[in-house]
Ligand binder design. Structure first.
Ligand code: ITT
Length: 216
């Protein structure tokens, strides 16, 4: 079985490779194919954007290649982000573009802290969400979502992980995800939760030797 992990984000790709490493599957990335433009992430939910990316990269990259190489190639895309309750769910699906597309993460952290300071009595609760979608030959064959609940830390802490990890405080660890190791993060975080579901499904497809679409 071959998977195309359809993301342009190298940090996501590293985490996803780690999460699927125990499976007997060949993992390919967009770098293994000719470059294509990125799709417009116009969805209003993580699930919608994950599906949109999976359909787009299946049609633009995986399906034409699978036809030529005569082997199934599943396109796996994910959409993820940080949802802050006191900011009405922002940055949400715009996490990668929050404030400005080229803003640095320290600038984004400062903006989140500034906006939270205007609502001092509001809860600082937040969650990371990861929606994953799998498309093969134009058909949606699997989808799953993973969530991790936490809080916005009073200040950024830690240098591990990527993106908003340094401001995401995970109470059971008493640390931000920027302070935990990658292994500790994967055990509890959104991407780990979503991709473990995907891994179970792939394993079930393999062991039951079923056609992929019949498992959904
Ligand atoms: P692709 O669409 O090509 O996959 P992207 O980075 O644009 O790459 P998204 O649109 O899904 O992906 O945006 C995800 C953003 O959410 C990411 O750039 C971070 O800002 C944030 N994010 C997602 N997962 C995160 C994590 O585990 N830790 C910290 N920040 C995360």
């Amino acid at each position: 079985m071959r998977l195309l992990i359809a993301t342009t984000n190298p940090d996501k790709l590293r985490e996803i490779r780690g999460l699927l490493q125990h499976l007997p599957v060949e993992v390919l990335s967009l770098r293994d194919f000719a470059a294509v433009e990125e799709p417009d992430e116009s969805g209003t939910t993580f699930e919608e954007n994950a599906r949109l990316k999976a359909f787009y990269y299946d049609a633009a990259v995986a399906h034409p290649t699978a036809l030529v190489q005569c082997g199934p190639l599943l396109t796996v895309a994910e959409d993820s982000g940080l949802v802050v309750d006191a900011l009405d769910g922002e940055p949400g699906v715009r996490s990668a573009r929050y404030l400005r597309p080229d803003a640095s993460y320290p600038e984004r952290f400062a903006e989140i802290q500034r906006r939270l300071a205007t609502r001092p009595s509001a809860p600082r609760t937040a969650r990371f969400v990861c929606a994953v979608a799998v498309v093969q030959a134009g058909m949606l064959v699997y989808e799953a979502t993973g969530v991790v609940e936490g809080e916005i830390a009073p200040a950024a802490r830690g240098t591990h992980g990527f993106g908003y990890d340094p401001v995401f405080y995970y109470p059971p660890y008493e640390q931000t995800l920027g302070e935990t190791t990658e292994e500790e993060k994967q055990r509890v975080a959104h991407r780990g939760r979503a991709f473990r579901k995907l891994a179970e499904w792939l394993e079930k497809c393999r062991t039951e030797n079923k056609g992929l679409s019949s498992v959904l």
